[in-house]
Design a protein around this ligand. Structure first.
Ligand code: GLP
Length: 242
């Protein structure tokens, strides 16, 4: 894994946004996979600033949101699809019909997952998959488990994940959905390049395990060790145990 360490989250955001910007400029028909969460906010804001400063063709780029809560519609404030529209696709100026998200309200969630996997395949697969990491080592909503599912699927959220997401649901863990839809670990590993962002000390132990530990479904992020082009963008706090 290619590990880059920055003194502050702001420096990380600037470097990561540059990295994505250069790729978008060189490959205007890029297909991007993108996470919600606190960590990528600065990266997306900086990317929007870079794109705004230069004439870059954004009409052909496509984005796929990484995951979504079950029972949450695309306009709910906690929707990850909405997050990607508001923080990435909108500010960067991507075409609305090229911004894809999972529908957590679909009548048949299994068919919805299949539909999503097929649209990713139809788009030619993901070129650049951005990721965050959960405090329990999940990527997307691929939770630590005895085994992992390769494709986009429905998942039961663990208690610590529901707790970590409570702030988006009025601060009450009881309001956080018990299930989510997520790209699978195979969907993620099939991307041409993967970039994971992590900041803060709460991520340090899992970053150490993901870099130096064995590949294990108990720490889904560790599967990135098997990817041919995985880059980790870390601030010093997240890298403090490496
Ligand atoms: C959430 C999402 C992930 C995200 C992670 C970290 O639960 N499912 O896609 O990367 O947790 O979020 P944050 O960046 O806010 O720490």
């Amino acid at each position: 894994m290619d590990i880059r360490i920055f003194a502050t989250p702001e420096q990380l955001a600037r470097a990561a946004a540059q990295r994505v910007f250069q790729t978008l400029r060189a490959q205007p028909d890029i297909v991007i996979g993108a996470p919600a969460g606190r960590t990528p906010v600065g990266v997306y804001a900086e990317l929007a600033r870079l794109v705004g400063g230069e004439k870059v063709d954004r009409s052909r780029a496509t984005v796929f949101a990484l995951d979504e809560f079950v029972g949450v519609d695309g306009d709910h404030p906690a929707s990850f699809g909405r997050f990607i529209r508001e923080h990435l696709a909108g500010p960067v100026g991507l075409a609305a019909d090229r911004c894809h998200a999972l529908n957590g309200m679909a009548d048949d969630l299994e068919i919805e997952c299949q539909r999503y996997e097929e649209s990713i395949a139809r788009a030619g697969g993901i070129d650049l998959q951005m990721l965050g990491i959960g405090t329990n080592g999940h990527v997307g909503f691929n939770e630590p488990a005895e085994g992992l599912i390769a494709h986009t699927h429905r998942v039961t959220l663990l208690d610590d994940t529901r707790k970590a997401n409570a702030s988006s649901f009025g601060g009450d863990t009881a309001n956080v959905p018990r299930e989510a839809l997520t790209m699978g670990i195979g969907t993620i590993l099939q991307a041409q390049s993967v970039i994971l962002f992590a900041t803060g000390e709460s991520k340090a132990a899992n970053i150490e395990r993901m870099v130096h530990g064995p590949i294990t479904s108990r720490l889904p992020a560790s599967f990135l060790q098997a990817h041919r082009s995985a880059e980790l963008y870390l601030d010093e706090a997240a890298a403090s145990r490496l």
